[in-house]
Design a protein around this ligand. Sequence first.
Ligand code: NAD
Length: 423
Amino acid sequence: MEQKNPRVEAMKQFNKAAEIMHLENWIREILSYPERVVEVYIPVRMDNGEIKVFEGYRCQYNNALGPYKGGIRYSPDLDRDEVIALAQWMTFKCALVDLPFGGAKGGVKVDPTKLSLRELENLTRRYTYEIISLIGPSLDIPAPDVLTNEQIMAWIMDTYSVIKGYNEPAVVTGKPVFLGGSKGRKEATGRGVAINIREFLKIFGDSVEGKKVAIQGFGNVGSYTALFLTQMGAKVVGITDSGGGVYNENGLDIQDLIKYAYYEKNIEGKIRRTVAGYPNADSITNEELFKLDVDILVPAAMENQITEENAGYIKARYIVEGANGPTTFEADEILLSNGKIVIPDILANSGGVIVSYLEWIQDKIGYYWDEAEVNASLEKRLIRVINEVYSTSKKYLVDLRTSSYILAIERIANAYRRRGLFP
Ligand code: NAD
């Protein structure tokens, strides 16, 4: 089956909500396009002395509510439309959780696992240089995404600071704590996914205790989601990643699996291996994972994983999108008609950008909160938004994705109504 274009999928979600809320045509037109997409070609000196050129992007989708905000992804399959779709989702995510940020995304078409540490550093610093006029604490603030991490954020922060001539930690979030990062940021996206599950189950008169969970992806989002859900009393029985998958009907030991699936390549960055081959479990494929008899399914890997082809087989009642855009528009309609509850990406994985916002504030004021304060602030904001999303879904008689979009679009539209359009 042909891969769906994530930009087309993102537009279908947007248009569905815009229709229901009778969004003014002029605002709908503006929000249908990014403000800017910059394509850069990054020459990198490789360890063998050769120069190799990599393709990179930064898309700034919208800044009606504040500086652009969004991650940087390193992926061998990255393309322009994927970056635009991810920047559009960031725009609605930041608006939904009521942050003073717009939306952006960037990335480089590269498999970073095939680079040495020095090549990775050269690539990151030169990419930062190529987009330096676009980023800054009041302009556009990058963060980690797929296959980027704290170390890469540290290099971006250092390159920006050296070129500007002063230290500027607020130019990126997701940095190491000792360089101005926030306590709790690394865990924040997974923590937010788990809070979403706990709160929605509560709303539906249910609880996490004893629930069976399957997770696709065991990176930053998937591993912390698994950890927090087990702490809440759930049983994570199946996990897959790009190297394979594992299944244990009695529940996987997540702490142990994390130790198995990661190894330290250098002092700063944990470099990913895979859950495949973990001894205390059977092996399982992605397709089998989606068909498991579980209560909760968390796609936490990539876009377009739940499609028209596999949506009908999903047994889980709750589908909670840790990843951005894991469900195609048509698959979403199948899930809804089968009575499934889909907690959409822009809400489910918003914990990361919420704590990124807290990191940015701390860098700007030069005062750092302890982890309990950060976590309490994340939790308070998420619970407020979860309840708003639920009550909006009741008001408009729509699914949770559409009600999330309605809330997000309304916040951006309000800004446009008062700001008007230049010139
Ligand atoms: P990561 O690079 O840390 O991990 C990605 C995981 O997905 C890895 O385990 C990888 O093996 C797996 N994977 C990749 N392709 C796969 C495939 N085809 N099948 C099965 N597994 C596959 O990335 P991450 O930061 O955890 O991001 C995962 C998703 O969450 C992305 O959609 C990202 O945009 C989204 N997200 C991340 C954050 C964040 O703070 N890191 C915040 C919000 C949303």
